[in-house]
Design a protein around this ligand. Structure first.
Ligand code: TNX
Length: 517
């Protein structure tokens, strides 16, 4: 072989190698990011996580250490690599660095061949950056176990991101059917992937009281003993509730506990006769009617009861909000309802917490820090805003995760609408009620009521993938939102839901993807 030929072969080999390795690099444009970040710019190459990769955090930044620990564990679970967390920047590169700079939940994620640099205004922002990073990695990152032969590459480029709304939430009704701590933790894990930062727990309703209150033990002993359909119900001990709060906190999710009142209180009324105007405890209730119960609003003991409940809740709830319900109090006269809601807000405020209530509370005088949750009546939302309150946006016809997908859905209700994936995505919080704009809106929340939902699989079927779309409504600026773009990303993204064993609804709108397979 001549020297000339050897040269030629090497050139060919080099070109082949280059093509091969370039072809192997993932591209940012190929990643199906949800919720879509503000700005994404692509670059050549990729960063590859391997057994020597380190995570760097600045010294002393305690909550950043929490995020670093989360990321390290997350990578370990799928890859088997023991990714160390270090405080000195590794000189040789091959690190993921988390740095605090800027404001709030905003973050930038800058990726090149040598390193990944996360800059975030807070540990929460860094945590959201980690969620984005997750979606830039191969789908196998969502599986447990060591995957030989996967190259854990992250496409090079830069992402700059910032949420549209500060409050991005979901609600889980653990009163109609009870869900245990492990179910709630799985819900938290799944929510956090989409940058939700509030979990509202509907802890008491006609069918069940789900939180231990030490000063009123029969609430759980009696009121927690059943659920819709007559099952055994259940409740969280205070220790279990604290465990949920802590688990959520490590994922930058604030728990918002709700005690619905003065209506939706049959479980409490059945536990303590003195809370009833006639001093007689009703039977426990396991049906799904609403609007038949009320606390006795003109008894002193009622307010002592509420004060005790709120005090005990506040002691275990670091977040700023206590949700007081206030919906569908059909058997409470308006002249009783109004002073009741006013007094309950004062109780909440006396413990330095802010009240949230369903939109009906706007009939009462709202305290300055109170938020009204818009679910049904635009007029109520307007009344709240006219009083200077903020609104939390949860329109039943768009954001209620218990609404059926279509008339063939076996689970769910349809009193507000059938909500297919497009309907859950194509809406804009600032366009729902005339006169209510961005500045009036605290954020967006998607509630799951559980009259017809009994198991974690049922939850997953109703929630996914609609919650994924609502994440984008809450996080991504309206200028960047587009159904066709979202649908294409969602189709790819379902592979991740599958890797996580999420029992999601296989909508006909996702079908093209199935056909491509
Ligand atoms: C209305 S939404 C309710 C709930 C039900 C739900 C069922 C709201 C504030 N009240 O009590 O569970 O409809 O979709």
């Amino acid at each position: 072989m001549t020297v000339h030929n050897i040269g030629r072969i090497s050139v060919v080999l080099l070109v082949v190698t280059l093509i091969f390795s370039c072809g192997q690099d993932p591209k940012m444009s190929g990643a199906a990011l949800i919720p879509l970040p503000d700005r994404v710019s692509e670059a050549e190459g990729a960063f590859e996580i391997n057994k020597s990769t380190k995570i760097h955090v600045q010294q002393g930044a305690d909550d950043m250490h929490g995020v670093a620990g989360f990321l390290s564990e997350f990578i370990h679970k799928a890859t088997g690599f023991n990714v160390q967390v270090v405080e000195d920047l590794p000189e040789a590169g091959n690190y993921i660095s988390l740095v605090q700079s800027g404001d709030g939940e905003a973050y930038t994620l800058d990726i090149n061949r040598d390193r990944i640099q996360v800059e975030a205004g807070s540990a929460a922002g860094a945590f959201w950056a980690v969620q984005t990073l997750r979606q830039l990695l191969p789908v196998a990152i969502e599986k447990q176990g060591t995957y030989e032969g996967v190259s854990w590459k992250v496409p090079a480029g830069k992402i700059e991101d910032d949420p549209e709304y500060a409050y991005r939430g979901s609600m889980l009704d653990v009163a109609r059917h009870f869900f245990d701590v492990n179910d709630v933790k799985r819900y938290i894990d799944l929510m956090s992937m989409y940058k939700f930062n509030h979990l509202h727990l509907h802890l008491a309703d006609d069918q069940g009281w789900r939180i231990e209150i030490k000063s009123w033990p029969k609430l759980t002993e009696i009121g927690g003993s059943t659920e819709v359909g007559g099952g055994a119900g259940g409740f969280y001990t205070q220790d279990e509730y604290k465990e949920i709060v802590q688990y959520a906190r490590e994922r930058f999710i604030t728990i918002v506990p709700e005690i619905d009142m003065p209506g939706h209180t049959n479980a409490a009324l059945a536990s303590y006769p003195e809370l009833n105007c006639n001093d007689e405890a009703p039977e426990l209730y396991t049906g799904i009617e609403v609007g038949f119960s009320t606390l006795c609003t003109d008894k002193e003991v009622t307010y002592q009861f509420i004060d005790d409940v709120v005090r005990e809740l506040v002691e275990m709830t670091p977040g700023p909000y206590i949700h007081i319900g206030g919906d569908e109090s059909h058997v409470t006269a308006l002249e009783d309802y109004i002073p009741f809601i006013e007094q309950v807000q004062d109780i909440v405020n006396s413990y330095d917490k802010q009240a949230i209530g369903w939109d009906e509370i706007a009939h009462a005088a709202l305290r300055p820090s109170t938020t009204a949750q818009y679910w049904a009546k635009a007029d109520n939302a307007k009344m709240a805003v006219e009083q200077g309150s903020k609104v939390l946006i949860s329109p039943a016809s768009k954001a209620y995760l218990d609404m059926q997908y279509d008339s063939t859905s076996k689970l769910g209700l349809h009193w507000a609408a059938y909500i297919e994936l497009d309907s859950a995505y194509i809406w804009e919080p600032t366009e729902l009620v005339e006169g209510i704009g961005k500045d009036d809106i605290l954020g967006v929340e998607a509630p799951l009521w559980t009259e017809t939902i009994e198991t974690m699989d049922d939850i997953e079927y109703m929630v996914f993938p609609r919650l994924v779309g609502i994440a984008e409504v809450a996080w991504t600026s309206p200028d960047n939102r587009d159904w066709e773009s979202y649908k294409a990303r969602l189709r790819k993204h379902t592979a991740r839901l599958e890797a996580l064993n999420v029992d999601y609804y296989r909508s006909p709108l996702l079908k093209d993807k199935e056909e491509e397979k």
